[in-house]
Design a binder for this molecule. Structure first.
Ligand code: ZN
Length: 385
């Protein structure tokens, strides 16, 4: 008996093995079926709804997939040997009920059980996203998630420029640009999505051209229109995240209220001269995160609002704030880290300093509170930040 065979015999004595039908029944009863084969192997097929976690990443990433150590895990490889080794390692990590699929994927397939082919990145995509693929926090599954994501971006201006460029570069599959302005030379000091060669074009068209030049594999939907109470739900609905790169208060209130209605997270940013602020509002669970109106319940009366006339801004400032907004968007799409929610991040460019203030959920909030009754309305134009 070879060393390997002896070792496998020892493992079989300790690790409970199940057949394909039993594995499927366990999965349907709530167990996690984990395919520990390499990406090249799962590429041609893997059990439906299995978690694909190659052996090399198993111990590193199992806690994300199975935070509850008492959940039943059924491990599967090609023929049933690697999964025995893997099962022993997970038992050692503290998982209480780890089983191995005898005969592995071959047995699963031979039994005619449901198989799916995970979506594949082509060679060009592998090359393009290589620096994402080598990060375990993103990896192939995360990249697919980005490619399937839909983000609506309001404003193709100062904030919208870095947001759109980084989201397109990251491979966010569908970007919807909403803006009703045209490119002017005075934009180019900060709106790096546009260019001298596209002066006079609609911003959404100029933006779309720049984004598809950067990443021709994504879809960019251009809406050359102003957001209004009458179109906001149609325009923003069907997106995973809304990013508000607008520069005026009526739009911010409208976007906030629409996002609360739709249950979609709203990544907010604002800039003024040398200062900026960023936060993440709302989301699928009502009241779980504050919204913009929890922070600023009502717009200021027009007579107190700052003048609409050309508030200055340091050209790089929207780059700082918009890039943080893009990072928060990608975190939300991938479910990574701690979103910048319940906190308002303040940037003081002159001091080179970031500060943070807590933004609690307001139980009396006119938009997201339990008794909220705010209707989508077009506010009179008030300016300011
Ligand atoms: Zn609120």
């Amino acid at each position: 008996m070879s060393l390997k065979d002896r070792r496998l015999a020892e493992l079989r004595a300790r690790v409970p093995e199940v057949g394909p039908a039993e594995a499927l029944a366990l999965q349907q009863a709530g167990a996690l079926l984990i395919d520990v084969r390499e990406d090249e192997e799962t590429a041609t097929g893997s059990p439906v709804a299995a978690v694909r976690l190659p052996r090399g990443f198993l111990e590193l990433r199992i806690e994300e997939k199975a935070p509850d150590a008492s959940r039943t895990l059924v491990l599967m490889c090609a023929g049933g040997a690697r999964s025995l080794f893997a099962a022993e390692d997970l038992t050692r990590l503290g998982y209480g009920d780890v089983r191995s699929l005898a005969g592995g994927f071959s047995a699963w397939k031979a039994a005619g059980l449901p198989v799916e082919t995970p979506p594949q990145l082509d060679a060009a995509q592998r090359e393009r996203y290589r620096r994402h693929l080598t990060m375990p926090e993103v990896g192939e599954a995360g990249q697919h998630r980005l490619l399937r994501s839909r983000v609506a971006l309001i404003g193709a201006g100062g904030l919208g420029s870095p947001i759109a460029l980084y989201l397109a570069a990251a491979g966010v599959g569908r970007l919807t640009l909403i803006d009703d302005d045209k490119v002017e030379r005075s934009n180019l000091q900060r709106q790096i999505l546009h260019a001298e060669s596209r002066l006079g074009q609609r911003k959404v068209d100029s933006g779309r051209a720049a984004l598809l030049d950067l990443n021709p594999t994504i879809e960019v939907v251009a809406h050359d229109t102003r957001l209004e109470a009458g179109n906001v739900l149609d325009l923003l609905g069907g997106h995973d995240v809304v990013v508000d790169g607008s520069d005026n208060l009526p739009t911010r209130y409208l976007v906030n209220d629409a996002c609360v209605t739709l249950g979609v997270p709203n990544v907010y940013g604002a800039i003024f001269r040398f200062e900026g602020q960023v936060s993440v509002f709302g989301g699928a669970t009502p009241g779980a995160r504050p919204c913009y109106r929890c922070l600023f319940p009502e717009p200021p009366p027009a007579e107190y609002a700052p003048s609409c006339a050309e508030a200055g801004v340091l050209g790089v400032l929207p780059g700082v704030i918009g890039t943080i907004m893009a990072a928060e968007t990608i975190k939300l799409l991938l479910g990574l880290g701690e979103p910048l929610a319940g906190r308002l991040l303040l940037y003081d460019g002159l001091r080179g300093e970031f500060n943070e203030i807590a933004v609690p959920v307001d139980p009396e909030c006119p938009s997201c509170g339990p008794g909220a009754s705010v209707a989508l309305t077009d506010l009179a134009a008030v300016c300011g930040v």
